[in-house]
Design a protein around this ligand. Structure first.
Ligand code: HGY
Ligand code: MN
Ligand code: MN
Length: 420
């Protein structure tokens, strides 16, 4: 059994939390921003210090590799993202990079023999918070292996012209050009050079904490779908038009949201999650009855049969009139549940058992780069307990002890994979 260093891990968390420090406990570190570049430089500095070789691919993914004893063996890669959402926390994404670095540092410091080269990786633009969409670059790199239904969202040329949400003149491609991190396509993650992928991430939910477990052995990323509801009414004057004659699109949307919650809850699946988190209202003026509203629903569950039942409720809404308004329902996208490689999953479970780290099997409700990598090469994930389940906010927190336990499980799981 090998263990990672609490002291080194704590130092890394503290150091990387400075890059994009927003001054109130969290960070804003958009991809390829000056703050992200500081994090990347620190990654290079620390990885070169232990003798790792750095490679950068054409979409700024970074790879730090320690050679193994077998020059012909494929690499085992560990990694996650350095970018954050606006006013995000110090753990989402970066913990996966720091854990990968910690594994390499432990291997180097302890002289742990390994056959396969071990690679710590940074994925570019996972959040897509400045240049949408999320998981943009894993979508590009894994594109040839992705299912047709997903490919359309990640075409290279479209991604290069993805506009900054803050400055319509700026694009992801321009950010890549000025970053100095546009490397060579030949270094992209690929199944000829790489054997398997591990990603550690914070749980971003409360399940591990509620169960008193330190680490989650993740078995899959939930399948999901996203549909858009559109309501068409008539704008009239707020002071002059009688209530019974109105076609209020916002009232119609509100009734529909309540209906969705009631009917979906009646299905009675405790693990089913759904969100109506984004709404558009026109003209959005207090003296006008709204004539147009749209909102989206995001639904996630492991079992496609459960998703189908929810879909029937969603589609059923379009057959009715709501508050005198016509309702349209349109599919935006969906993705199937992605199961992690069974062998890698069992290595993680055994590693947690052997290192005495308390653990449980968990699904991932969130999307991660490893789920696209999973179409290309065997992949798996490990979760670390999140305090109060908070994420994508500044109070996001995982204790250094939990983070180090996660890295220790990763190290031992990787060493099992190394024996293959
Ligand atoms: O969904 C997430 O927050 C993660 O970064 N993929
Ligand atoms: Mn995130
Ligand atoms: Mn993340």
């Amino acid at each position: 059994m090998n263990t990672c260093s609490l002291e080194r891990m704590t130092d890394k968390i503290k150091t990387f939390s400075q890059f994009g420090d927003a001054g109130h406990g969290g960070i804003t570190r958009y991809t390829l921003s000056p703050e992200d570049i500081m994090a990347r430089k620190e990654f290079v500095k620390r990885m070169e210090a232990i003798g790792a070789v750095i490679e950068v691919d054409d979409v700024a993914n970074m790879y730090a590799t320690l050679p193994g004893t077998d020059p012909d063996a494929k690499r085992i890669v560990m990694g996650s993202h350095t970018d954050s959402v606006k006013n995000g926390g110090n753990y989402d994404g970066i913990l996966g990079v720091l854990s990968a670095m910690e594994v390499l540092e432990t291997v180097a410091a302890e002289g742990i023999e390994h056959k396969h080269p071990l690679t710590a990786m940074i994925w570019t633009n996972e959040e897509g918070s400045l240049y949408p969409p999320a998981m943009m670059v894993s979508g590009i790199v894994c594109w040839d292996w992705l299912p047709e239904a997903i490919k359309g969202k990640f075409k290279y040329d479209d991604m290069m012209v993805s506009k900054s949400v803050l400055d319509g003149e700026d694009t992801f491609g321009a950010a890549l050009d000025r970053s100095g991190y546009k490397g060579d396509k030949k270094f992209r993650l690929n199944p000829d050079t790489y054997k398997s992928m591990f990603e550690i991430h914070i749980e971003q939910g409360p399940i591990l904490e509620d169960a008193g477990k330190d680490v989650g052995v993740v078995d899959c990323v939930l399948g999901m779908f996203n549909y858009r509801f559109r309501f068409y009414g008539q704008t009239v004057h707020a002071g002059t038009f009688p209530m019974p004659k109105r076609q209020d699109a916002l009232f119609a949307a509100s009734q529909t949201i309540c209906h969705l919650h009631q009917e979906i809850d009646k299905l009675g699946y405790p693990e089913l999650v759904y969100t109506t988190g984004e709404i558009v209202c026109h003209p959005n003026v207090h003296t006008c009855v709204p004539d147009y509203v749209d909102f989206c629903i995001d639904v996630r569950h492991e079992d496609p049969k459960v998703l189908d039942q929810v879909l029937a409720i969603v589609k059923g809404c379009a057959e009715k009139e709501w508050a005198g308004c016509r309702c349209e329902v349109e599919k935006m996208w969906n993705r199937d549940t992605v199961y992690w490689d069974k062998t890698l999953f069992s290595y993680v479970k055994e590693a947690a058992e052997e290192t005495g780290v308390s653990h449980m099997v968990l699904h991932s409700g969130a999307g991660h780069d490893a789920q696209f990598a999973a179409y290309m090469l065997p992949s798996t994930m490990i979760f670390v307990q999140s305090k109060d389940g908070l994420s994508h906010c500044e109070p996001e927190y995982s204790t250094p002890e939990h983070c180090t336990s996660g890295a220790t499980v990763l190290l031992n799981a990787v060493l099992k994979a190394d024996k293959e």
